[in-house]
Design a protein around this ligand. Structure first.
Ligand SMILES: [Zn+2]
Length: 150
């Protein structure tokens, strides 16, 4: 099994993240001993985080095979970032990690509408109805906002 995994250096990860328009986050609310990258949706109400497994203490990734890269999707509710019920997607550090992580980014991007809620300005998230998919306001459960693409 060990041979399936590859070592990823900090420089390699940085280069990949930048090529996907991700930057190292400076969000003080995110405490981690690994480097976290973020990319915001154009409207600013959603973001993706990559938990890189690259140690903030230098020396590259954690022990090979010991953990996976995670892609997390969050939205802003008022001033607080939080999850959307879209489970963090894991990417194992095998030689295809770049392609696999890129594919997860596409999945995450598809969850969030490019426009914000017409009623309150928050992000709209993909929902699956009985007969169709649509996007509706993330604040529905909090404020009852009915903004949607329906
Ligand atoms: Zn709304």
């Amino acid at each position: 099994m060990g041979a399936r995994y590859v070592h990823i250096s900090e420089e390699e990860f940085d280069e990949f993240a930048r090529s996907k328009s991700f930057l190292r986050t400076n969000d003080p609310m995110l405490h981690a001993n690994e480097i976290i990258y973020e990319r915001h949706a154009r409207h600013g109400m959603a973001r993706m985080l990559i938990y890189s497994t690259i140690s903030t203490m230098g020396g590259g990734g954690r022990k090979v095979g010991s953990d996976a890269i995670r892609l997390v999707l969050q939205v802003l509710r008022d001033t607080e970032w939080g999850g959307v019920g879209w489970k963090a997607k894991r990417v194992h550090r095998t030689k295809n990690w770049r392609a696999n992580l890129t594919s997860r980014m596409h999945d995450a991007a598809e969850m969030v509408h490019t426009e914000t809620c017409p009623l309150c300005g928050h992000a709209m998230i993909k929902r699956t109805g009985k007969h169709d998919e649509f996007f509706s306001c993330i604040m529905w459960s909090k404020t009852g906002c009915n903004g949607s693409t329906r």
